[in-house]
Design a protein around this ligand. Structure first.
Ligand code: DGY
Length: 323
């Protein structure tokens, strides 16, 4: 039997690439250079499956390929807002993602960022590396205590719940939740959490806000200037979801005028380009999209893609089919 042809758009963990090559007629991206929209369009005409990541643009234009050969986009990652849903549907493509296997590690990173920004670790490290540390003193880089404070979680899926677990059980934080659908009483009880109706209800009540909702046009600039103004003075914003969820221009204003205490971002609008204004903000901690970046999660994500592909080519519904 002829093996299906599969294009992998980025470098993946070696063990997963080896398995892909064994099971499929796989073309790997050994140079790990991001693919251009034109290359993606071309790939859709030539391969049975394309395995993209968040760095690939599968917009309506990129998916405007009438004679597409590709029948499945098996995304490496849980978020798939870089794939235009209506276009994929029009083309009759199946789309899968990789949930669960990265939830703990992404929540670990969100908690790391929360602690980093509350305790001013970015400022401390920059000072030390610049050779400017003059020694211990009672008023030096005094941050904010985390334990016992209130954390607002926007988006209470798997990653949001793992964040609640860490914050509540590890740091005794009070958890408030905003989610587009009702969260079951059983789930809320695990974290002694309370669900509030709207983002506007949540923001004024919290010392920390952590974003765990999907990206895409529906949530673009969900956190805008008006909503940043609703946050408690001195509160902190953490974003490990998608860059477009936060209006970065408005965030810079809030940080420059100290209307919030600080922010920590792992994701950026238009990444890897970073707005130069963000770089000027002292009370901002930034990481280069590391949420799921552990050996364990990245391998598990790859094997989850393999499971989805296996199901698809065997004529079964893939367990992680999202479109
Ligand atoms: C995810 O899984 O969505 C990560 O952000 C990488 O895309």
């Amino acid at each position: 039997m002829v093996k299906p042809s599969v294009l992998v758009t980025r470098r993946w963990p070696a063990a997963v690439e080896a398995q892909l090559t064994e099971n499929y007629n796989a073309v790997l991206n050994t140079g790990d250079k991001p693919m251009s929209p034109a290359e993606i369009r071309d790939a859709l005409k030539r391969y049975d499956a394309v395995l993209p990541t968040v760095t690939d643009t599968l917009s309506a234009e990129a998916l405007d390929v009438p004679a597409a050969r590709t029948k499945i986009l098996a995304n490496y990652g849980v978020g798939y807002s870089h794939i235009c849903e209506p276009s994929a549907r029009d083309l009759g493509m199946t789309v899968t993602n990789t949930p669960d296997v990265l939830s703990e590690c992404t929540a670990d990173l969100a908690m790391t960022l929360l602690l980093m920004v509350a305790r001013r670790t970015g400022e401390g490290e920059r000072e030390l590396r610049a050779g400017n540390w003059s020694g211990w003193r009672p008023t030096h880089l005094v941050g904010t205590k985390v334990s016992g404070k209130t954390l607002g979680i926007i988006g209470f899926g798997r990653i949001g719940q793992e964040m609640a677990r860490r914050a509540h059980h590890g740091f005794g934080m009070k958890i408030l939740v905003q989610n587009r659908s009702a969260v079951s009483a059983e789930v809320l009880k695990q974290f002694n959490a309370t669900q509030v109706a709207t983002v506007d209800d949540l923001l004024p009540q919290c010392d920390f806000i952590s974003l765990h909702c999907p990206g895409g046009s529906k949530n673009r600039h969900l956190i805008n200037g008006r909503r940043l103004d609703l946050m408690k003075p001195g509160a902190f914003l953490i974003n490990t979801a998608r860059g477009e969820v936060v209006d970065e221009h408005a965030l810079v204003q809030s940080l420059m005028f100290d209307t919030i205490g600080g922010a920590a971002l792992d994701v950026f609008d238009g990444e890897p380009r970073i707005s130069p204004d963000l770089l000027q903000c002292d009370s901002l901690v930034m990481l280069p999209h590391l949420g799921s970046a552990t050996r364990e999660s990245r391998e598990a994500m790859g094997f989850r893609v393999l499971d989805n592909l296996g199901d698809f080519f065997a004529g079964r519904t893939p367990r992680d089919q999202v479109i």
